[in-house]
Design a protein around this ligand. Structure first.
Ligand SMILES: Cc1cc2nc3c(=O)[nH]c(=O)nc-3n(C[C@H](O)[C@H](O)[C@H](O)COP(=O)(O)OP(=O)(O)OC[C@H]3O[C@@H](n4cnc5c(N)ncnc54)[C@H](O)[C@@H]3O)c2cc1C
Length: 518
């Protein structure tokens, strides 16, 4: 499968070249050069970097002792767990990020391709694996449904066209008006986007077999949605992963975060950790600075918030005036340090339910923990043995849950036991045995923990939802229309959630600031 270069994708996007080209624009006055970034998640790190390259004086204030936000780290007795992201795709975004300051990603990180990438398993034991090797993938799909296998190339051709269209003309544009955004497409291109169809119906155009639709549709979970509520354009998710591969940095995802932090230090971004911002200060409709948890204040003419957008509105601006957003669900994540290597588990496995629609409806419509849960298990030590002591394994399990406001918070400790038992029963059903006595350490983060660690609104793991009304110009903008000098970056603003996307979000917000200030 042939991809296309990051250069092509990014150079065509409106406004972005301002902050990635070698000739960074100069900032008009010294006074307006000072920028505070609240939060050192990947989005905050990205915007700080691009602004620094454009000549700004940038300080990041991060409340935790480590940057990375959701992409964080738990280390215990030689076991190393990435807290959130475990699937690295679109490495071209990271390559381009490092190249913006004339560096190479590969001088900082070694990436290992994980192929076969993800294995899908159904309750009756049927399974198939994804691979970027098209012949191998075809065989795998054919083992479930030969008819679907014969449509695979057609699906890729269609999704590849959508992917190009998305990155060339839609995703990266700092456009405020829906009509200007969408009308930049020709009639043919509009038809190609399939935004009026759901991702599930779009998959049904190619794949007659429900299980193949379920497997490719499960990528909706990456955006915290379901294939029935995400627009058809999102078939670019499985395509993007297969075309550009699925990767693991040697040493785990956090090594990539550390590489980004090193890069920022090299270009001169100031990073202050353990510093919680309690309020964004404004004078009328203009931002003036920040107040910190220790009551100290500091003046800044420009502030970028990397704190989840609705948390910024509610907690840092204390303004109830903002719009109500549909949020992606919460997650319960388990981190197990295990003695031994469980057989039957590869690096990435998704355990799918018997009836995927019912499971998604339980979660997203009935707002309850599904009877038959869908969950994801990652054993990164299967690819990189340095992540666990000799003979040990690191196991990460992710289960989507309702939001805190949908399920009384008090129920979560009880839920934890229920969900854990369901996971154990399902693993046993497939002959995968992880005896309790081999679990040497366990940590569990429920949606309240995710909220408390990183300020995630309502415990939503992936930020604002990606339904048709919250994509492109309809997503919360990366600047505040009511408060001059205040900007946003990260998963709940444009373009959306995921590590590559928030890196691009930083680039877009920086381009926005440059266009306003310079
Ligand atoms: C469980 C899970 C699994 C995921 N899996 C994947 C995956 O496999 N692949 C992928 O690409 N993406 C994945 N994602 C999504 C990805 O992690 C996020 O989209 C991305 O990391 C969000 O980055 P961000 O910069 O927007 O925000 P965050 O990472 O949330 O960063 C915000 C930062 O602001 C800080 N902060 C908050 N309040 C304050 C305050 N008052 N003062 C100062 N600092 C503050 C926080 O501590 C945090 O560091 C996953 C997410 C989760 C939760």
């Amino acid at each position: 499968m042939e991809g296309f270069t990051s250069q092509q994708i990014l150079e065509d996007s409106v406004g972005i070249s301002d902050v990635v080209s070698g000739d960074a624009p100069t900032v008009r006055s010294k006074k307006c050069r000072r920028v505070a970034v609240i939060g050192g998640g990947l989005g905050g790190l990205s915007v700080a970097y691009y602004l620094r390259l454009a000549g700004f004086d940038v300080t990041i204030f991060e409340s935790n002792e480590r940057v990375g936000g959701r992409a964080n780290l738990i280390e215990i007795a030689g076991y190393r767990f990435d807290t959130g992201p475990s699937l690295l795709n679109y490495p071209w975004v990271f390559e381009r990020f490092f190249a913006a300051s004339g560096r190479s990603l590969y001088d900082y990180v070694t990436l290992k391709q994980v192929d076969p990438s993800i294995r899908f398993v159904w309750p009756d034991g049927q399974s198939f694996s994804l691979s970027s090797d098209i012949c191998r993938l075809r065989q795998e799909v054919a083992s479930v449904d030969p008819c679907s296998a014969s449509r695979l190339l057609e699906f890729f051709a269609d999704a590849a066209a959508k992917y190009r269209l998305a990155f060339d003309k839609l995703v990266l544009r700092n456009e405020d008006n829906f009509f200007s955004w969408f009308l930049a497409l020709t009639l043919r291109e509009m038809t190609q986007t399939s935004v009026w169809r759901s991702m599930h119906s779009e998959l049904a155009r190619f794949f007659p077999h429900e299980r193949i639709r379920a497997a490719f549709g499960s990528y909706a979970m990456y955006l915290g949605g379901s294939p029935w509520n995400l627009p058809g354009l999102f078939t670019i998710l499985p395509y993007g992963e297969l075309a550009y591969g699925l990767w693991l940095p040697e040493g785990g995802i956090y090594v990539l975060v550390q590489a980004v932090e090193t890069l920022l230090n090299e270009v001169g971004v100031r990073i202050i950790k353990g510093k919680r911002v309690s309020r964004i200060l404004c004078d009328g409709n203009r931002v003036t600075g920040l107040e910190f948890a220790d009551q100290a204040r500091e003046e800044f003419p420009l502030v970028v918030s990397n704190v989840d957008v609705p948390t910024t509105w509610a907690s840092l601006l204390k303004l109830p005036r903002h719009r109500r957003l549909a949020m992606t669900p919460g997650v319960m994540t388990f981190y197990w340090a295990v003695r031994g290597t469980p057989s039957g588990l590869g690096h990435h496995t998704i355990f799918l339910p018997q009836d995927m629609k019912k499971t998604f409806d339980d979660l997203l419509k009935r707002k309850s923990i599904p009877e038959d849960i869908a969950f994801y298990v990652s054993v990164p030590s299967a690819t990189d043995s340095s992540l666990a002591p000799l003979g040990g394994s690191t196991i990460f399990i992710l289960v989507p849950t309702p939001l805190l406001s949908e399920l009384p918070e008090l129920q979560f400790p009880e839920m934890r036991h229920q969900i854990r038992s369901k996971i154990m029963a399902r693993l046993q059903m497939h002959g995968i045995s992880i005896p309790e006595e081999t679990i040497l350490f366990e940590s569990v983060w429920d949606p309240a923990a995710w909220r408390d660690h990183f300020g995630l609104f309502d415990g939503s793991a992936f930020g604002a939802a990606h339904n048709l009304w919250q994509v492109g110009p309809m997503r919360p903008r990366n600047y505040d229309r009511g408060i001059q000098g205040l900007y946003y970056v990260g998963a709940s603003t444009t373009p959306g959630t995921g590590m590559p996307m928030v890196l691009l979000s930083g680039q877009m917000t920086a381009a926005r600031i440059v266009s306003h200030v310079c």
